[in-house]
Every structure is written in structure tokens, then in C-alpha cells.
Design a protein around this ligand. Structure first.
Ligand code: SAM
Length: 325
């Protein structure tokens, strides 16, 4: 199969065909303004096809890359497992389902996308026709809230959704995911608030009997002091012409910052430690900021004297396990 990232990019590039560039940019501007407003909302933000097309063209490449990074980190910690069923809650146009097909290209999977915004589901289904692994996916209307129950699924993803929910609905969603799934992967924007929501969800998953597979090397309390710092990572996203139009400039890439937790009831081997900042390369040495299995953060200096480890440190990137597996 073609690389899902390329297929997705191609499908999205045709979405705004026929829409004058100015109108497309205006739809994105309106969406960005809505997302800056007071969320949660009582009705879907994605109201019609123009909203959804703007969301998909503008945000889906970034949410896809963020979820793909989180799922890859999970797959590294649980290497001999492939989900045979996947439910994406608040899935919108289905970015996380594309990310799952990129992480686990092999095997058949039952895929269900749940969302309360019908236009998002309709467009997601349309885009998914380009991805053979998603052709039989079910796109179903569902409202996240106290009444939400999920059918059992190997994997449940919740990508960029907690942000739009009230505190009781966040709790209901995480509890429903924990009851239904073997593995739960939750992704949020890489902001202090996004991190706080991830920690809240992480605590609930652990209380429900899950262990953290990534990014944390352990399932004990996060060593970051709230308010002083926040754990987040970065995924590189190719910029589309729409991005350049809305944001100006000519950069070919931008970096999507995200926070995540990937937890499971399956046996998992989390990384011994993880690189939690961009490594700093100095003359003859690399400075690595690590979150470690003994529940603390520490800076390690790897020098030429460390031989192969030094070479590995020069190649290490933010978010990688350390030492390399
Ligand atoms: C920012 S979008 C993320 C979409 C997708 N998961 C992604 O990563 O690209 C948030 C999604 O959550 C959905 N959503 C928000 N509140 C919801 C609720 N109470 N019930 C069901 N879906 C909801 C929205 O309709 C929207 O599709």
C-alpha cells in the first residue's frame, strides 16, 4: 500500500478544489477564531461541509502526524501486537484512523469513528475511500457524555477532543475508553493545558488498572512540577499551499506540538528513559534531557568518549527512547 501520509496529503489537496482561495482562507480563519473562543460548546463547531473541509485541509495533516508519533511510540513498547479493532472517539474526519493504518499496515481491522458532527463524519468517510484499510470503516454519530458506552475494541483513540469537553464529559470519556479497550491513546495540543488534561486522563487510566506504555518510562506520578513545565513533543508536518496562504511565509514544514499518553492492559516494555526536549548538540558533546524510569528528570551529557552512544546521541531526537533500543 502507498504511504498513508502521502495518500492523505493528496486526498486533502483536492478537497478545496473549486473553492476560491480567498474563501478557503476565510473558512480557516473562522475556524481558528472559533477554536480560540470559549470551548466546550453545546453544539458541534464543525457545522457544514465548508467548515469541515477547512478543518480537514488545515488541521488533519497535523493531527495525523501527532497521533502517528504517539501510536509509533506505543507500538515500540508493545511490539508484537496489532489491534484488530479500533474505535476513534470524537474522530471527526478520522485522522487517528489514518495514523493507525500507518502504524499497523498489516492485517484487517474493524474501524469505527464516533463523532457528534455529521458533516465531519461524511467528509471523513469520503476521504477514507482513498485508503483501502479504511474502506469498511463505520462512521457513526455519537455524543460524548455520561451516557456514552463503547463497544469492546482493542484500541481506542481520543485525539484533540478532551479540549472540547466539560470536566464531567472528559471523565466519562476516559472511563468509557478504559472499560472498552486494551489500549487507549489520548493526544492533546502540546500546551500547558493540554498536558494538564493528559495527566488527568493518565491518572484515571492508571486507577482503572492500565499501565503507561509511552511516553513515560513508568506509571508512577509525573515528576514535572505543575505550573513549572509541561511534557510535550513535536511532529513535523509538510505545509500545504493552504497553510502558506493562511499563515504566510514559504516554509515547507511546520512543527506540531502535542502531548499524549498511551496506556494499556497488555504487557508493555516502556522506554528506559525518554528524551523530553530537543537535544542540544555542542562541540564534542550532546546534552540530553531525559525522563527516567526512577521517576525523575535528569540531564545527561554524552561525549565523544562514550563512542557508539555518542553517535546515537547525535542522531537522537526529541521524543525518542533512550538509550536507543
Ligand atoms: C479538534 S476536532 C479533532 C478531530 C480528530 N479527532 C482529529 O484529531 O483530527 C474535535 C472533534 O471532537 C468532536 N466533539 C467535540 N465534542 C463532542 C461531543 N460532546 N460528542 C461527540 N463529539 C464531540 C468534534 O465534533 C470534532 O470532530
Amino acid at each position: 500500500m502507498n504511504d498513508p501520509a502521502d495518500t492523505l496529503r493528496h486526498s486533502l489537496s483536492t478537497l478545496l478544489d473549486g473553492l476560491p482561495p480567498k474563501q478557503a482562507a476565510q473558512a480557516v480563519d473562522r475556524l481558528i477564531a472559533t477554536y480560540r473562543g470559549n470551548t466546550p460548546t453545546h453544539t458541534p463547531i464543525l457545522r457544514d461541509r465548508a467548515d469541515v473541509a477547512a478543518y480537514a485541509a488545515y488541521r488533519m495533516p497535523a493531527t495525523f502526524e501527532a497521533v502517528h508519533s504517539a501510536l509509533e511510540a506505543f507500538a515500540e513498547a508493545v511490539p508484537h501486537w496489532t489491534p484488530t479493532s479500533h474505535t476513534d472517539v470524537g474522530g471527526g474526519t478520522g485522522a487517528a484512523t489514518w495514523a493507525a493504518t500507518a502504524t499497523w499496515p498489516e492485517g484487517d481491522r474493524t474501524v469505527t469513528v464516533l463523532d457528534w458532527a455529521e458533516p465531519a463524519l461524511a467528509l471523513g468517510k469520503e476521504i477514507a475511500t482513498a485508503n483501502p484499510a479504511l474502506r469498511t470503516a463505520t462512521w457513526q454519530r455519537a455524543k460524548i457524555g455520561a451516557a456514552l458506552t463503547l463497544d469492546p475494541a482493542d484500541l481506542v483513540t481520543v485525539s484533540y477532543v478532551l479540549n472540547e469537553l466539560t470536566a464531567p464529559d472528559r471523565t466519562a470519556l476516559v472511563d468509557a475508553a478504559a472499560t472498552a479497550a486494551q489500549a487507549v491513546v489520548i493526544v492533546e495540543p502540546g500546551t500547558p493545558d493540554g498536558y494538564a488534561r493528559i495527566i488527568e486522563a493518565r491518572d484515571r487510566l492508571i486507577a482503572a488498572g492500565f499501565r503507561v506504555a509511552a511516553p513515560c518510562p513508568h506509571s508512577a506520578a509525573c515528576p514535572i512540577v505543575p505550573g513549572e513545565d509541561w511534557c510535550h513533543f513535536s511532529a513535523r508536518v509538510s505545509r500545504s499551499s493552504l497553510h502558506r496562504q493562511v499563515k504566510g511565509g514559504s516554509l515547507a514544514y511546520e512543527d506540531e506540538k502535542f502531548a499524549y499518553v498511551a496506556a494499556t492492559r497488555l504487557p508493555a516494555a516502556p522506554a528506559p528513559s525518554r528524551v523530553v526536549r530537543r537535544p542540544q548538540i555542542r562541540k564534542g558533546q550532546v546534552l540530553l534531557d531525559l525522563c527516567e524510569s526512577d521517576e525523575r528528570l535528569a540531564r545527561h551529557t554524552v561525549t565523544k568518549r562514550h563512542g557508539d552512544l555518542y553517535k546515537a546521541a547525535r542522531d537522537a531526537t526529541w521524543g525518542d527512547p533512550w538509550p536507543p533500543r
